[in-house]
Design a protein around this ligand. Structure first.
Ligand SMILES: Nc1ncnc2c1ncn2[C@@H]1O[C@H](COP(=O)(O)OP(=O)(O)OP(=O)(O)O)[C@@H](O)[C@H]1O
Ligand SMILES: [Mg+2]
Length: 367
């Protein structure tokens, strides 16, 4: 069972929760302003965002900025339970209500009474439970399984989803009436890659937090490592960033984070490639993908590498003909020739064996 309450001390939490938060990018500032506006009301809020974008943190923040702040905050993952279990857990049960119900138990609604109930992964809630949930929200009372007595409840419900519920509604997996009930206000959390202004402040925030926890002194992030972190696409969003920093601090030495200490997932590249094939197959888009891939790999002298690779490929494509290569690239013959010499495709005045059969062309300047 997964019942999470606001930890009494941040030291007990597995990650840094709602202690200090970063909202620096203009998008995040706008979200924070919206959050502060709606927090004091009792309105239901639907929080939408990819995995790791901070949905639970936002829910806790809404609770902490409301008049319910000193009352319970109960977070429940609706996707983590079977249908019968989630029903008993949400609404509670009397002793003997079903096999195994050895004693009476209050449900999450009762536990959260006077406070806030956060229903995470709401899209995973089975349809029959959705009907019951809607009734509880409308009537503001729960009836425990195996009981006839209704118990009045005063609970603010916040719900979160990482999928577009409209799609689930169209597919017949989510009730439209429940959706409107939950979605009085919606807060949409952008993926981290769409709010780049948050990346560096988050990096600094997690370095400070984790180096403090680990009892390290000041930790320095070198420029190359910083560049790599800032340019990375963060498919797992803030949660991934937090884990990367934590892991990096464990393996870095001398309180210095270097690029080789960073282990970033290649997931985003693959995803981009997969989605790209259906969306945009123009030459520019393909080039863009190739560049992205390069940026995420070890960088360094990238301009030179790209220029060199382009020249070599063009020269080969034109069967080692300098004039054709120059016109393909839109360069003058002299410039092309100078560049080919520079990268070793043309060897001037020196006889040297070709490297891979016909790779290097030997030119005699006197001819
Ligand atoms: N604005 C922020 N500033 C600082 N830390 C943040 C911020 N947003 C999220 N975090 C941290 O990132 C981690 C992930 O956040 P959270 O658990 O709220 O995301 P989530 O959207 O619920 O993720 P999941 O979909 O995986 O459940 C947490 O440790 C949280 O404290
Ligand atoms: Mg979550």
């Amino acid at each position: 069972m997964q019942l999470l309450t606001l930890p009494p001390s941040p030291a007990l939490a597995t990650s840094i929760r709602a202690t200090a938060q970063v909202f620096e990018d203009p998008k995040s500032q706008a979200l924070l302003a919206h959050l502060q506006q709606v927090a004091p009301s009792d309105a239901s809020v639907l929080i939408i965002g990819e995995t790791g974008t901070g949905k639970e943190l936002v829910a806790r923040h809404l609770h902490n900025l409301s008049a319910r702040r000193n009352r319970p905050f109960i977070a429940v993952n609706c996707g983590a339970f079977s249908e019968s279990l989630v029903e008993a857990e949400l609404f509670g049960h009397e002793k003997g209500a079903f096999t195994g119900a050895l004693s009476a138990k209050a449900g999450w609604f009762e536990e959260a009474n006077g406070g806030t109930l956060f229903l995470d992964e709401i899209g995973d809630l089975p349809m029959p439970i959705q009907v019951k949930l809607l009734r509880v929200l409308q009537e503001r009372e729960v009836v425990r399984l195996g009981s006839r007595k209704s118990i009045p409840i005063d609970v603010r419900v916040l719900a979160a989803t990482n999928v577009q519920l409209e799609k689930a509604i169209n597919a017949g997996h989510f009730r439209e009436d429940l959706y409107y009930r939950l979605n009085v206000v919606s807060l949409e959390l952008s993926p981290l890659r769409e709010r780049p202004g948050d990346i560096l402040p988050l990096i600094r925030h997690f370095i400070a937090e984790y180096s403090h926890r680990l009892g390290y002194g000041d930790v320095v992030l070198d420029a190359e490592a910083q560049r790599k972190l800032v340019n990375y696409a963060w498919p797992g969003n803030i949660r991934e960033l937090e884990n990367v920093i934590h892991h990096t601090l464990l393996i870095c030495s001398n309180n210095l984070i270097r690029v080789q200490d960073l282990h970033l997932s290649k997931l985003r590249i693959e995803r981009q490639e997969a989605s790209h094939t259906v969306q945009d197959d123009s030459a520019d888009a393909r080039l863009q993908q190739a560049f992205l891939k390069l940026f995420e790999e070890e960088s360094g002298a990238l301009h030179e590498r790209v220029e060199e690779a382009l020249l070599r490929a063009a020269y080969r494509f034109c069967h080692y003909n300098q004039v054709h290569t120059a016109s393909l690239l839109g360069l003058s013959r002299n410039v092309t020739r100078a560049m080919l010499i520079k990268i070793g495709e043309l060897v001037v005045n020196k006889r040297r064996p070709a490297q891979d059969g016909q790779g290097v062309k030997v030119v005699n300047l006197s001819t």
